[in-house]
Design a protein around this ligand. Structure first.
Ligand SMILES: NC(=O)c1ccc[n+]([C@@H]2O[C@H](COP(=O)([O-])OP(=O)(O)OC[C@H]3O[C@@H](n4cnc5c(N)ncnc54)[C@H](O)[C@@H]3O)[C@@H](O)[C@H]2O)c1
Length: 504
């Protein structure tokens, strides 16, 4: 074992964490800006996945959280959530999540005495769900102070945000934030009395971006940034390339414990859930086009194939295209099938993969949604023209009606459909959250010089540790290498078991 690995493996023994599970909720009335497009029945919402929190709807809920003065039962008001009265329900959601996040809970248990994050002041910008709450409470149990906001304007579970606020966490998030609210919430996490953040846990790069652009002094003093998304990581590498990255950053997105579990297994389950909840669609025999055959695309395709859908794949990369072919999918250009498909799903991380021209040519009733990171993959803006009518039929479900009566079913306005319209399996979030927690500890505890102003991947030994924390759930028992076998393979008996270039 190299010196470097030995150090890491020792450090890792003392980590502990916990995790949580989210349950998607739907806003009964989310606020949409009045645009030039026509909206026939915005209020006729049939909420297919109404959560318990909907029963709390009242006139109060129509007031922006920023205009309401709320206090938790301890008199604290350093938070901004939809409705603090939802806290009890949110707490129960968090407790359910804890059950399904065994690895993170084990990390918490093992390290809550050592407190490896003592002194860490973390700005968190992630989806605010029950699983995230388990992460937040784990980081706190490990000694960190946090201020937290949402990385997506639709994905916050209001009751969970309320439970966190009730527990005294400075949390600034609610479902249905406007773009302006979104940036305001992030700013509340960066700036506060007697608060100088030294770490960032980001999903999408927006908190990092705001710190870099508007609070550069603080940005330059950060001990580290941990980033989860493709987009956020891409921005970090760009900064690094330009010589403008002044902190060490950990790319959690490309940790094998994220790409192989969160992107693939999570999306494999949640794509079906999202489509079912929003449209009640039956999959057998339906023609589905999946754009992008990366980890997310592979998960979606495998789930749809399992239910008997006829799946087409659009790809730009010959390797992924060949993989799709070998997995039994037809690789096509969008133009070749766009007129016939029943469902289109984007998962490319790219922009304008689906254009107005494609949408014009789709058949009546085609369902269009995005599993990629943001709302850029489908050119939704091109649908906001005076010739088209928008009819809101359910929460997160819009019918876009062409002059000849043709309707396209657009989900979540082109934003991440699974996070907006379904639940995400807590177990995979546990794996990602444990990876994030360990990345934060690694950056925070690293001796000076281990990490320079660059973007790093988590050492493989730590990825293996994350997986190890989750194996007991399945009563999984690993085989131990003999000395002879370890020597034969040229690896340490205790790992890492694979070279860094190994792809799993
Ligand atoms: N919905 C979720 O829960 C969830 C989870 C993880 C990641 N994501 C997001 O999903 C997106 C994809 O993630 P991934 O891990 O699969 O990435 P990936 O890089 O493995 O896969 C993306 C694929 O899209 C292909 N692609 C790019 N442009 C294309 C185009 N114009 N047409 C067809 N194919 C194109 C690429 O060649 C690549 O194979 C990212 O934006 C990521 O942030 C979403």
């Amino acid at each position: 074992m190299s010196m470097w690995n030995r150090k890491n493996s020792v450090a890792i023994q003392s980590y502990s964490a916990k995790a949580g599970k989210p349950e998607a909720d739907e806003n009964k009335r989310y606020i949409r800006k009045q645009n030039s497009y026509r909206s026939i029945s915005r209020s006729s919402s049939i909420d297919s996945s109404a959560s318990y929190s909907d029963s709390y709807s009242s006139d109060e809920d129509d007031v922006s959280p920023r205009e309401r003065s709320q206090k938790n039962s301890s008199g604290g008001s350093d938070f901004c959530v939809k409705n603090i009265k939802l806290a009890d329900f949110g707490r129960r959601e968090i407790e359910i999540a804890e059950q399904e996040m065994p690895g993170l809970m084990l990390l918490r248990k093992r390290n809550c005495t050592d407190k490896p994050l003592e002194g860490a002041k973390i700005v968190g910008c992630t989806h605010v769900t029950a699983q995230a709450a388990v992460l937040i409470e784990t980081l706190t149990a490990l000694g960190a102070q946090v201020r937290w906001c949402a990385c997506n304007i639709y994905s916050t579970q209001n009751e969970v945000a309320a439970a966190l606020a009730e527990a005294g966490y400075p949390i600034f998030a609610w479902k249905g934030e406007s773009e302006e609210d979104f940036w305001w919430c992030i700013e509340q996490c960066i700036t506060a009395d007697k608060w100088q953040p030294n770490m960032v846990l980001d999903d999408g790069g927006d908190a990092t971006h705001l710190l870099y652009k508007k609070f550069n002094g603080t940005f330059n003093t950060l001990r580290g940034v941990v980033e989860e998304s493709v987009t956020g990581v891409h921005r970090l590498y760009q900064l690094s390339k330009q010589g403008k990255l002044t902190v060490a950053a950990m790319n959690v997105n490309d940790s094998v414990t994220k790409t192989k579990f969160d992107n693939m297994y999570c999306c494999r389950e949640s794509i079906l859930d999202s489509l079912k909840r929003t449209t009640d669609v039956m999959f057998g025999g339906k023609q589905v086009l999946v754009c992008g055959y990366g980890e997310v695309g592979k998960g979606c395709c495998s789930a749809l194939k399992g239910l008997g859908a006829v799946v087409y794949v659009a790809e730009i990369d010959p390797i992924c295209g060949l993989q799709a072919c070998m997995d039994g999918f037809r690789v096509v250009k969008i133009d070749m099938v766009v007129k016939n498909i029943d469902i289109l799903i984007t998962c490319t991380g790219n922009k304008h993969v689906v254009t107005r021209d494609h949408l014009d040519r789709m058949k009546n009733g085609c369902i269009v949604c995005n599993m990629g990171h943001s709302n850029t993959e489908i050119d939704v803006a091109s649908l906001r023209t005076s010739d088209l009518t928008w009819e809101k039929v359910r929460t997160q479900v819009d019918h876009i009606i062409w002059p000849d009566g043709k309707r396209i079913v657009l989900l979540a306005e082109g934003r991440l459909v699974n996070l907006s319209c379904s639940s995400v399996p807590s177990f995979v979030v546990s794996i990602t959250s444990t990876t994030q927690a360990i990345a934060l500890i690694e950056l925070f505890k690293a001796p000076p010089g281990r990490y320079k102003h660059d973007v790093y991947l988590l050492p493989k030994k730590m990825d293996e540790y994350v997986a190890m924390l989750h194996l007991p759930t399945f009563d999984g028992h690993l085989t131990e290498l003999t000395e002879e076998q370890a020597k034969y393979l040229g690896v340490n008996k205790n790992g890492p078991f694979k070279p860094n270039y190994y792809r799993y």
